[in-house]
Structures are given as structure tokens and as C-alpha cells.
Design a protein around this ligand. Structure first.
Ligand code: NAP
Ligand code: ZN
Ligand code: ZN
Length: 348
């Protein structure tokens, strides 16, 4: 076992603090990587605070991981020491069910994938620990290649925020000229804006923070709607073909559904507490309400290559790990532009 420094929450809502974990020596099909950067996703906060239920503590969060390969197992051909690689939200899955075979490992039918943290290895016992640590051992098939053109800190958030917004835009067929709204301009939202623009959509940001108007424009958004004024829901009724909802807190889905055109689609990727839903705003206009969760390995690689090709790293604020608790507070308050990323050199 490899003793590895980390930061952990030892019980729900506990501040994160220094902690030591064991990483396994790479087996024949494993890759051992030094972690350079790890993004701070709002899902880290939900889970470290026990907001979803069933969490595994102590918890080392972090699933937006970028680093360098230091060692590979004897059977590994795809990776070698020195490669720049990434790890996203899961590190294994059954590999045999229909979802896994279709490249939708995130929906593995054998008890779900093995998530990067707050989860158990396929043995059902060994807890997994995430990227708020200096190294990680991962099965070679769950490792991504970070294209050279991406800055390493700005690439990290793509492993969750990037794929979570790219996947539904592709799956639901967002095309050039589509009128698209992104709700919530945080880590996910700002990647949604960048990717939708690169796909040629006409993008509007819907935000409860009026101060984000200029930032939305800088990210490439064509329009900005401040949603604190309830009148805007009437004024913009029927305007959008597609709505990508990335909001982490409770809000009225029914109000947003009214903004869809006939046959429009609203996709939920944000995970607030349970929220009431009415049938009327859906049936009038034959609208679709859908959900989406991260993406498979093949699609995540496709997204990384797409973001490299179009020059779309995440906008990040790099912090030492000692500032993680403050970063959580500032994320919840919506103060980050647009993703905190931990520089793991601070933990060495
Ligand atoms: P984030 O950076 O904190 O952004 C969330 C945004 O939601 C905020 O920037 C804010 O945007 C908006 N918001 C926050 N509080 C609000 C409130 N009270 N009312 C209305 N809007 C509010 O979080 P994130 O990392 O992007 O994650 C967003 C959500 O997606 C989280 O729930 C996370 O767990 C979930 N998630 C899901 C997946 C998936 O696979 N489906 C993957 C990753 C994350 P404005 O200030 O612009 O309103
Ligand atoms: Zn995430
Ligand atoms: Zn499976």
C-alpha cells in the first residue's frame, strides 16, 4: 500500500482536514498517477455535507482530477509514465452489462459504477477516495487523455462540469441556431455556455445573480435574463428550444418550463432538494423534461478533444488545499468565477 496525504471530511458537515489514505500498488491493468490539480464540484459539497444520504465517511472528495502517470502495471499498453491524464466521476464499472457495453458506464446496471469517492470498489467493501490527495491508482480503461492544447488547471473541471453539460447537448441534438438557455452560471453553467456556443447555439443565461451579466457576455452568451424579476417568465414565455438547468438549490421548475417552445426540452443536471412539478406546463406545448448524469468514458474523451479543438478550458481560480473550507463557503454563496481548482503541490 502507498501511504498518501489527503484532505477528508470525517463526518457529515465536518470541515475538511488533513488525513492519510492508502492507495493500492498498481496491479497488471492499473495506472498510478500523481495528482496535479483537482476541481471543486458542487457535488463534492453536497456529499461532504451528507445532503444526498447514504454517504461513506471518512470522505476524500474530488472527481475532476488531472495529473501525470508515474507507473503502470505490466499489462498496460495504452499509458506510460509521463502521460498527462485525467480521472472523472467514476473509476470502474461491471464492464459487461448493456449500459457498460454501450459506453454508458455511468449508468452501469450492476449497482452503478464505482464512483471516484463516496463509493466502494467492485469488491463491495473497499472505500474509494477522490482527488483531494496527491496520487491515485485507477484501472487503465477509466483513465482519460488530456489533450496538449488544454491548460492543466483549466482542464480539470472538464472531467465533471465539462462532460455533464456536453453529454445532454449532444444527446438531445442541440444544433447550430438552436435557441438555448443555461440556468445557473456556476461551474457547470459556464461550461454549458461555452460548449453550446461552440455548437453554434444562440445562448441565453438565466441567473438569479444580476451581477453575472457582464461575465455571461464575456463567456460568449448572447443574452442574459435576471430571474429575480418574476415578470421575465411572462415576457420570455415560449422562447427556447432547449433549457439546460444546472441549479444546485431549489427553484420552481414549472416557471422555467413555460419558457420552452412547442416540443422544447428542458434537461435537469443540477441536483437540488426534491422540487414539486405540475403537469400543465409540460402538456401544453408537448414539452419534454429530461435528466442527464455525467457521461461515459468514450464520450468524456470526445468532450476533452472537442474542448481542446475549440479552445474551451474552464475558467478557474486556483487555490492551495488549505483554503478548501473557505472555497466551499464561497461556492455555496455563488462567489466563484467559475470553478475552484486545488493545486495539489500544496499538499506535498
Ligand atoms: P455551482 O458552481 O455552485 O453552480 C450552481 C449555480 O446554481 C450557481 O452558480 C447559481 O447560479 C445557481 N444557484 C445557486 N443557488 C441558487 C438559488 N438559491 N436559486 C437559484 N439559483 C441558484 O455548482 P456546480 O458545480 O455547477 O453544480 C451544479 C449542480 O449540478 C449541483 O447540484 C451538482 O451537484 C450538480 N451536478 C450534477 C451532475 C450530473 O451528472 N447531473 C454533475 C455535476 C454536478 P446563478 O448565480 O447564475 O443563479
Ligand atoms: Zn461533479
Ligand atoms: Zn455495467
Amino acid at each position: 500500500m502507498l501511504k498518501t496525504p489527503a484532505y477528508a471530511a470525517t463526518f457529515p458537515k465536518a470541515p475538511l482536514a488533513p488525513f492519510s489514505i492508502d492507495r493500492r500498488e498498481p496491479g497488471p491493468h492499473d495506472v498510478l498517477m500523481d495528482i496535479l490539480y483537482c476541481g471543486v464540484c458542487h457535488s463534492d459539497i453536497h456529499q461532504a455535507r451528507g445532503e444526498w444520504g447514504g454517504e461513506v465517511f471518512p470522505m476524500v472528495p474530488g472527481h475532476e482530477i488531472v495529473g501525470k502517470v508515474v507507473k503502470v502495471g505490466g499489462e498496460v499498453r495504452k499509458w506510460k509514465a509521463g502521460d498527462t491524464v485525467g480521472v472523472g466521476c467514476f473509476v470502474d464499472s461491471c464492464r459487461t452489462c448493456e449500459a457498460c457495453k454501450a459506453g454508458d458506464e455511468q449508468f452501469c446496471e450492476q449497482g452503478g459504477p464505482t464512483f471516484t469517492y463516496n463509493s466502494r470498489e467492485r469488491d463491495g467493501k473497499t472505500p474509494t477516495y477522490g482527488g483531494y490527495s496527491t496520487r491515485i491508482t485507477v484501472e487503465e480503461g477509466y483513465v482519460l487523455r488530456i489533450p496538449e492544447r488544454l491548460p492543466l488547471d483549466g482542464a480539470a473541471p472538464l472531467l465533471c462540469a465539462g462532460i455533464t453539460t456536453y453529454s445532454p447537448l449532444i444527446h438531445f441534438g442541440v444544433k447550430a441556431g438552436a435557441k438555448l438557455a443555461v440556468v445557473g452560471l456556476g461551474g457547470l453553467g459556464h461550461m454549458g455556455v461555452k460548449i453550446a456556443k461552440a455548437l453554434g447555439a444562440e445562448v441565453t443565461v438565466l441567473s438569479h445573480s444580476p451581477g453575472k451579466r457582464e461575465g455571461a457576455r464575456r463567456l460568449g452568451a448572447d443574452d442574459f435574463i435576471a430571474t429575480r424579476d418574476a415578470e421575465v417568465f411572462k415576457k420570455n414565455a415560449g422562447r427556447f428550444d432547449f433549457i439546460l438547468d444546472t441549479v444546485s438549490a431549489q427553484h420552481d421548475y414549472n416557471a422555467y418550463l413555460q419558457l420552452l417552445r412547442r416540443n422544447g426540452t428542458m434537461v435537469l443536471v443540477g441536483l437540488p432538494d426534491p422540487t414539486p412539478l405540475a403537469a400543465f406546463p409540460l402538456i401544453v406545448g408537448r414539452k419534454r423534461l429530461a435528466g442527464s448524469m455525467i457521461g461515459g468514458i468514450r464520450e468524456t474523451q470526445e468532450m476533452l478533444d472537442f474542448c481542446a479543438q475549440h479552445g474551451l478550458p474552464s475558467d478557474v481560480e486556483v487555490i492551495p488545499i488549505q483554503q478548501i473550507n473557505e472555497a466551499y463557503e464561497r461556492t455555496v454563496k455563488g462567489e466563484v468565477r467559475y470553478r475552484f481548482v486545488i493545486d495539489l503541490a500544496s499538499l506535498k
